[in-house]
Design a protein around this ligand. Sequence first.
Ligand SMILES: Cc1cc2nc3c(=O)[nH]c(=O)nc-3n(C[C@H](O)[C@H](O)[C@H](O)COP(=O)(O)OP(=O)(O)OC[C@H]3O[C@@H](n4cnc5c(N)ncnc54)[C@H](O)[C@@H]3O)c2cc1C
Ligand SMILES: *[C@@H]1O[C@H](CO)[C@@H](O)[C@H](O)[C@H]1NC(C)=O
Length: 380
Amino acid sequence: MAPVNVVVVGASYAGLHIAHSLLEVPDVKVALVNPSTNFYWNIAAPRILAKAEAFKAEQYLLSITDAFTKYTARKVEFILGTATAIDVAAKSVSVTPNDGEARSVSYDYLVLASGSTTTSTTGEITGFSIPFKQSNRDDLKELIEAAQQTITGANNIVIGGAGPIGVELAGELAEAVEQSGSAATITLVSATDRVLPMLKPSGSSAAANMLQQKNVKVITSTRVTDAEASGDAWMVSLDNGEKICADLYIPTTGVIPNSGFIPEQFLDKDGWVKVDKEMRVESSENIYAAGDITNNSMRLSFKAVEQARVAAHNLKVDILGNGERKSFDQGESIMMVVPVGESGGTGQIYGFTPFSFMVKMIKGKDFFISKAAPMVAGKA
Ligand SMILES: Cc1cc2nc3c(=O)[nH]c(=O)nc-3n(C[C@H](O)[C@H](O)[C@H](O)COP(=O)(O)OP(=O)(O)OC[C@H]3O[C@@H](n4cnc5c(N)ncnc54)[C@H](O)[C@@H]3O)c2cc1C
Ligand SMILES: *[C@@H]1O[C@H](CO)[C@@H](O)[C@H](O)[C@H]1NC(C)=O
């Protein structure tokens, strides 16, 4: 039997799981395309960026290629590069390798797992990257180090947005300031009238209290309208007319799909890939998608893995020609734990606001960093 060729675009939470899972199938060959050699445990980004000493780089940047050496070269090819276009009729993907000539890679099945980025990662507002996500190049170690240095050197930091990333970052930064004995100030600007507006009010007020205790200045019901460089500093304008002078402005809002290479027919108006419940790309035969890139609105890593499980299973059913298909439903319930520094935090678990010490135990102590190795190995 001729091998079945599967091309997976994106090697992060979703793509890694699918690649490993399909490699278990005899006669399947996987080409995995990703612009970085390392997987990034970005869940820990707020602590990594605020506290350079908290983790070692090898705990949050893990080799993708090492995780695939257990398969033969006939089964798997890792292509260090970027997918730039898809030719649906010819069933091929154009890939520009980091080094070398652009090439075309043929597929029988295609998996889109290219995820999302953020405005802070691209640096499109401030001209400087605070990498909360993969940079979509192979330079993350350098970017993280540069961001850590800038953050450590800043005396006035303004964070825009009080979702989980903004709150976690504010908590970590405030703790770093406390630990170093510096006099830096941290301001968190929230457009909503309470921080973490997706949680029950008790979760929001718990977070607000913890931030206050850590001397974070929280400004609610206020939008950042502009952030302008003035010399070495930033002038952050608020919609109440106030201006804050900061040496660093970090926006934490804005999730951007990595969909530049995906034909428009597959995208919704915001650029996310339209998938059905079986994770098949709408109006396609042999293309699946999973994770942040899809139009499932809960863009969380554990949802990405759940989607990856369903996509991998249904792909196997297609390839082997037997088995029951599975479906994915993101559900309604909010599942979230938000550390505010190392000592505690808040969130929502099955409708309840967890005790602060529970958040510390679950996530605050290490941001699940020990799960990074099983994730890259396909054991998550
Ligand atoms: C600061 C922060 C903290 C978070 N914390 C949590 C948390 O605590 N819990 C939780 O559940 N979720 C958390 N999330 C969300 C989580 O990061 C995402 O849900 C998760 O990364 C989605 O995984 P993915 O595999 O779909 O895509 P991504 O992780 O976005 O990965 C996509 C991959 O595809 C690659 N790629 C992109 N374009 C191309 C291309 N053209 N060609 C080839 N490769 C490409 C990228 O470089 C990347 O490697 C957090 C997010 C942020 C920003
Ligand atoms: C994604 O898009 C498809 C096609 O438009 C739609 O059927 C599906 O309900 C959407 N998913 C979500 C979670 O909105």
